[in-house]
Design a protein around this ligand. Structure first.
Ligand SMILES: Cc1ncc(C[n+]2csc(CCOP(=O)(O)OP(=O)(O)O)c2C)c(N)n1
Length: 576
């Protein structure tokens, strides 16, 4: 037995099924699945520039006969939805399994989505493990399922499944059946003439899957009292068992398609039937659509966020379990840019410029929080560049503040580059700041095309942002050290003063967590209490409650010297 996280177990399951090719774009809570897969023997695993590309690599590998593993977070499936919906027509050759990890509660996401809807809409089977053993076993089985029904299979986890370690009997690697490649345009070239018959194949497959799911052992009834029955899946199953140990429970291991007859039989066996689920009404609506009478989800259960045993017990009028720790007993730890973060001064200077800042997704989204408070919008990956173009178009004639898009290097590769191509093509103006900290910091410092590091440390090509940008015909391209206050200030001032020009400034300095190098810390010698250093939002700088004077926590300070450049009284010095 080993203690594995759900993500590690899913990787183990894919490996055990003989998957040889893995492709992903990182995203919490899914990232560690591909990282774990990459460490297993006899596999290729790589980070792709985005989830659409990753799934297409998986579809190609499957078409060629390999078993392929793809993973992403819930919003990544939005990006990959295009290939997903049509891969559900082509079907597979080698098994194709994709992990999608949802984040109810938005611990590290820009929204809360329930990926069940994708399975139902694309007509692809979805399996919901409720612990790591199931995560491994379902993933391994999903390959056989994928090949038997000629369809990609989705494994849905949530943050609680992906990141919780539970005991697993690690499976051995099997040798999968051979699927030699044969050219078959009628199956793989999805133009109307070939897609129409494949659509019929897809619809027939639904019937076959519906018959299979009635006997699938992953759907289980845990018998309890006949007074209360609960239908649930995934992590919620664990919460329901803990909260309502006497209830009868229908645990759905397959959440699309649903085992209609088994659900009807279960519903008939209990007096009152509930559906308990997180962050959506997917299961409730699907069960009700079968004509089953569902007592609506207890109304005191929140429609947003994660569930837990206490919330479920409270909804059923029961006291919280003894070990329950209310969330408000946990001290708040608001996120902040690290001491020495190379993103900090760009936001400090943008706030001085009073620019309209279209932000993006990454560590630098924290520039939106006080005291930097320097972001007007942030919607999804890549949107900074395209939204800045929209702001420009709408405000160009109105004498507006400068419009600036701010995007990280990984996000630029993900989808910012295509947005910039569009702005350049349409002769848009404005300023785009690419914060190149040489890594994908937010999700744990993965490689990307602009640092040239690959997941399995295979040889790579290191792309050059300014070279790519210049090749788009954007004339005003510069590279600036973001730790140099004067350089940042003058670069931003120059770029934003030309309203008709499209300027790209690449702010390049490695994330401080890559090498974790520390210089001598700084200290404040004769603080006047002006408070300017506090406006940088550095976690190493604090204010004495009694005197109002600033101090530097020398254990937290890494000696970047950013604050010293802002002290007009030269009161911040290297500690000797
Ligand atoms: C579509 C989508 N995929 C993945 C993620 C997860 N994610 C959030 S930020 C980020 C990358 C950030 O890297 P970078 O742009 O280099 O900025 P840094 O964090 O290094 O400052 C990723 C992969 C997401 N939010 N949305």
């Amino acid at each position: 037995m080993e203690l594995l996280s759900g993500n590690e177990a899913i990787a183990q399951g894919a490996w055990a099924a003989g998957a040889t090719i893995g492709a992903a774009y990182p995203g919490t809570p899914s990232t560690e699945a591909m990282e774990a897969f990459a460490k297993l023997p006899e596999v290729y695993a790589g980070w792709c520039v985005n989830e659409k590309v990753a799934l297409e690599v998986g579809v190609g590998a499957s078409a060629a006969g390999a078993r392929a593993f793809v993973s992403c977070k819930h919003v990544g499936l939005n990006v990959a939805a295009d290939p997903l919906f049509t891969a559900a027509y082509t079907g597979v050759n080698g098994g194709l399994v994709m992990l999608v990890a949802d984040d109810p509660g938005m611990y590290s996401s820009q929204n809360e989505q329930d990926s069940h809807y994708y399975a139902a809409a694309a007509h692809v089977p979805m399996l919901d493990p409720s612990d790591s053993q199931e995560a491994q076993d379902m993933t391994a089985d999903a390959y056989e399922l994928s090949e038997r029904f000629d369809v990609p299979v989705l494994i849905r986890s949530t943050v609680r499944i992906s990141h919780t370690r539970t005991p697993v009997e690690p499976a051995e690697r099997a040798t999968p059946p051979e699927h030699p490649y044969e050219s078959d345009p009628a199956k793989w070239v999805m133009m109307p003439a070939f897609a129409k018959p494949r659509r019929k194949v897809q619809l027939e497959r639904i019937g076959a899957l519906e018959a299979w799911v009635e006997t699938c052992p992953y759907n289980q009834v845990i018998e309890g009292t006949s007074a209360v029955g609960v239908i649930c899946s995934g992590a919620v199953f664990q919460h329901v068992r803990e909260a309502l140990p006497d209830a009868s429970v229908f645990k759905l291991g397959v959440t699309w398609p649903l085992p209609k007859e088994r659900l009807r039989t279960f519903a008939a066996s209990v007096d009152t039937l509930y559906v308990i689920e997180e962050a959506s009404t997917y299961l409730h609506d699907a069960v009700a659509a079968l004509g089953i009478v569902v007592d609506s989800t207890p109304c005191s259960l929140p429609r947003d966020g994660e569930l837990n045993p206490s919330l479920i017990r409270a909804a059923f009028g029961e006291a919280a379990p003894a070990h329950h720790m209310p969330a408000d007993d946990v001290p708040a730890r608001p996120p902040a840019l690290c001491p020495g973060c190379p993103h900090r001064l760009v936001f400090k200077e943008l706030s001085r410029l009073k620019a309209i800042v279209c932000g993006d997704i990454g560590c630098y989204t924290l520039g939106a929080l006080p005291p930097l408070s320097c972001m007007d919008a942030c919607v999804c990956m890549g949107a900074s560049v395209s939204m800045a173009h929209g702001f420009e178009l709408a405000l160009a004639s109105k004498g507006h503040r400068p419009v600036v898009g701010v995007i990280g290097d990984s996000t630029f590769a993900h989808s910012g580059l295509s947005s910039l191509l569009s702005t350049a093509y349409n002769r848009g103006g404005g300023t785009i700041c690419v914060l190149d900290n040489r890594t994908t910091a937010m999700t744990g410092r993965q490689g990307n095309p602009f640092n040239g590091t690959t997941l399995q440390e295979r040889p790579s090509r290191e792309m050059d942002i300014e070279g790519i940008v210049a090749s788009l015909g954007i004339e005003d391209v510069s590279v600036v050290d973001p730790n140099d206050m004067q350089a940042v200030r003058s670069a931003l001032k120059a770029a934003t003063s030309e309203t008709d020009t499209l300027s790209v400034i690449v702010f390049r300095r490695p994330c401080v967590l890559i090498d974790r190098v520390r210089s001598k810390p700084y200290l404040i010698t004769s603080c006047t209490g002006c408070g300017v250093c506090l406006t940088l939002g550095c976690p190493a700088i604090g204010k004495h409650a009694d005197t109002g004077l600033s101090y530097i926590d020398m254990d937290a300070c890494i000696g970047c010297g950013q604050c010293a450049q802002y002290c007009r009284f030269n009161a911040i010095e290297v500690a000797e």
